[in-house]
Design a binder for this molecule. Structure first.
Ligand code: SF4
Length: 204
């Protein structure tokens, strides 16, 4: 079974979409939007391989509601990411997928079929630094769209949902963050904490 190349996996977070979730940051993004908060995820050479079955098994063990795919770019690994999404749905989990590609373009890609078919909510479109989003949670620019393929997240309202920031402090004192902040806020916070491990995109 194809492995996925990831930068990070975080179980039991409430900062990456509706409810309690397992967030999967894919490693590698060929879109490379100007101003992307996650340039460390551009290269496909970073990160590590993960077995999709193990990801789902651990997610179920953490009693999450679903998985969130973040970038990097999940559709740059569409077959493997599609397999992960299918396994997640077979286990009763929901799937939210962020992509810098437009749905219309993904729909014409045969290799994207499974990931699209096994996604409940797609958030599409590249990050555009000159079109900052001020009203909706989870997205960084106004062009990005919430596209529901199923009714699973029909109640999710990004306008009336606050962005969340989650911080986890490890026993060794290292700090990891998840959630969403605008780029400048994230940089300021990272500088104050003295950490570059600021993980949430403001992106597509
Ligand atoms: S915003 Fe998303 S699509 Fe754009 S470069 Fe960053 S990770 Fe890739």
């Amino acid at each position: 079974m194809a492995v996925i190349r990831v930068s990070r996996i975080l179980h039991a977070t409430t900062a990456e979409g509706p409810g309690l979730r397992t967030a999967v940051w894919f490693q590698g993004c060929s879109i490379r939007c100007k101003g992307c908060i996650n340039p460390h995820l551009f290269s496909e050479l970073g990160g590590f391989d993960m077995d999709p079955e193990k990801v789902v098994r651990e997610a179920v063990g953490h009693r999450v509601e679903g998985l969130t795919f973040l970038g990097g770019e999940p559709f740059d690994q569409a077959p493997a990411a599609g397999n992960l999404a299918r396994l997640a749905q077979q286990a009763g989990l929901g799937v939210v997928c962020f992509s810098g590609y437009l749905h219309e373009d993904l729909a014409s890609r045969p290799d994207a079929d499974e990931l699209l078919n096994c996604t409940d909510l797609l958030v599409d479109g590249p990050y555009r630094a000159d079109e900052p989003e001020a009203n909706r949670a989870l997205v960084g620019s106004t062009n990005q769209r919430f596209i529901h393929f199923t009714s699973r997240y029909a109640d999710f309202d990004p306008v009336h949902t606050p962005n969340r920031l989650e911080m986890r402090i490890a026993p060794d004192g290292s700090v990891e963050m998840a959630g969403f902040l605008q780029r400048r806020e994230l940089q300021d916070l990272s500088a104050r904490l003295g950490t570059s491990r600021a993980w949430r995109r403001n992106t597509g």
